[in-house]
Design a protein around this ligand. Structure first.
Ligand code: PMP
Length: 428
């Protein structure tokens, strides 16, 4: 099962890091066993510490849409590094990247760069609260928006129940500033706005959820979100940290034709280096310090290396007219391969995909909400995951995550994945 080299690295790491890792899901707790320690990555492939080669569908959890170590990105970062890693002063390249973001995602006319998606979400919701003068944030069960205290809440029973913290260390008073509703539930949304519409600063969502596995929004849900927030003076925040530049050049908002008031970006926008972005309508973003009263800052925000990696990545996406059509076609082929292979499984499997985000749910029937996703046979997923690893395919090590296709995935990786998946589903 686990390779001895990774096992030895993991033993050492567990002495220094909680669970041996610097972000929990990497520890393989959801699937059991020892995480594969990575030596290097190129294109659609990762090499483990023992030299084993894997087709990679983790893609660093989303950023690597042009594949690992793309030559344009590598040379941009190398060039930037020779000019000094960080200045703590503005550069023209930051505005170049901002111009490209605004061109690709037109709802973002003014923005702020951060160093992570978490910080981008915290900034967006702080400015939403500062702009509206209201405190309450609404999120949806199964959506993840980073590590801010008040967003680590799950739904209590019943509509408009104050959130209860999912993490220790989150004061109930802080959790109570966020209310949680079921995803895709238009009725619950109407009821909350009817009861508390004037208290709501912002509604935040993943416009396609990746963080409970891939769950697309209903059209009626998106339309209700836009209409109700507008009617009640709340801001609609699309957390496109995962979907931005992935589901279309302009993200989920382009794909669905819905314009949010604020958008958060991360992952792809940094090309694999640490970057987050929040932005949107100018009159909202003009509330941000130093021209407005909403404070937010960062020593490494707009870091030259990260900006260079982001610019190189977005230029590839923006400059290649067929990029998203080819990515869609490759992702559809992967979906077909997984659907076909899953027929060998003794437990029911439902494959869900939006664009290049894809999840095999080990359950029966459509997954539209966390309630649906919670029915999955996660032990069966774990067995499948390990069988895929044995066959040289690195799928995200948890049921409630999306697999990511990149432009580096080709017919060779597809054939390899098909053979691995047939064996893995049969082994479940
Ligand atoms: N929002 C979404 C939708 C995410 O998927 C993530 C990370 N997976 C975050 C926010 C947080 O981003 P980061 O991990 O860069 O802080």
């Amino acid at each position: 099962m686990s390779d001895p080299v990774s096992a030895e690295h993991f033993r050492r790491a567990q002495e220094r890091f909680p669970g041996g890792v610097n972000s929990p899901v990497r520890a393989f707790r959801a699937v059991g066993g020892t995480p594969v320690f990575v030596d290097r990555a190129e294109g659609a492939y990762l090499w483990g510490a023992d030299g084993k080669k894997y087709v990679d569908y983790v893609g660093s959890w989303g950023p690597m849409i042009v594949g690992h170590a793309h030559p344009d990105v590598v040379s941009a970062v190398q060039h930037a590094m020779t000019r000094g890693a960080s200045y703590g002063a503005p550069t023209a390249q930051e505005t170049d990247l901002a111009d490209l973001i605004a061109k690709m995602v037109p709802s973002i006319s003014m923005m702020r760069f951060t160093s992570s998606g978490t910080e981008a979400v915290m900034g967006a919701l702080r400015v939403a609260r500062g702009f509206t003068g209201r405190d309450l944030v609404v999120k949806f069960e199964g959506c993840y928006h980073g590590g801010a205290d008040y967003l680590l809440v799950k739904a209590g029973s019943g509509l408009a129940t104050f959130g209860v913290p999912t993490s220790a260390g989150v004061p109930a008073a802080i959790a109570s500033t966020c209310t949680v509703l079921p995803y895709n539930d238009v009725t619950a949304l109407h009821e909350l706005f009817a009861a508390r519409g004037s208290e709501i600063a912002a509604v935040i969502l993943e416009p396609v959820v990746g963080n409970m596995g891939t769950v697309p929004p209903d059209r009626a849900f998106l339309d209700a979100l836009r209409a109700l927030t507008t009617k009640h003076g709340a801001l609609l925040v699309f957390d496109e940290v995962m979907t931005g530049f992935r589901l279309a050049k302009g993200g989920a908002q382009e794909r669905f034709g819905i314009t949010p008031d604020l958008t958060t970006l991360g992952k792809i926008v940094g090309g694999g280096l640490p970057v987050g972005v929040y932005g949107g309508r100018r009159e909202i973003m003009e509330k941000v310090s130093p021209i407005g009263p909403v404070y937010q800052a960062g020593t490494l925000s707009g870091n030259p290396l990260a900006v260079a990696a982001g610019l190189a990545t977005l230029r590839i996406l923006d400059g290649d007219a067929g990029f998203y059509d080819r990515l869609e076609a490759a992702s559809a082929e992967l979906e077909a391969v997984l659907v076909e292979a899953s027929k060998a499984s003794k437990v029911p499997v439902r494959v869900q995909r939006t664009g290049s985000m894809i999840t095999p749910f080990f359950c029966e029937g459509e997954v539209r909400s966390w309630e649906d996703a919670a029915r999955c046979d996660t032990a069966a997923f774990g067995r499948w995951h390990h069988a895929m690893l044995d066959a040289g395919v690195m799928w995200p090590p948890a049921q409630y995550e999306a697999g990511f296709v990149s432009s580096a995935h080709d017919q060779a990786t597809l054939r390899h994945t098909a053979a691995a998946a047939r064996a893995a589903f049969a082994a479940v």
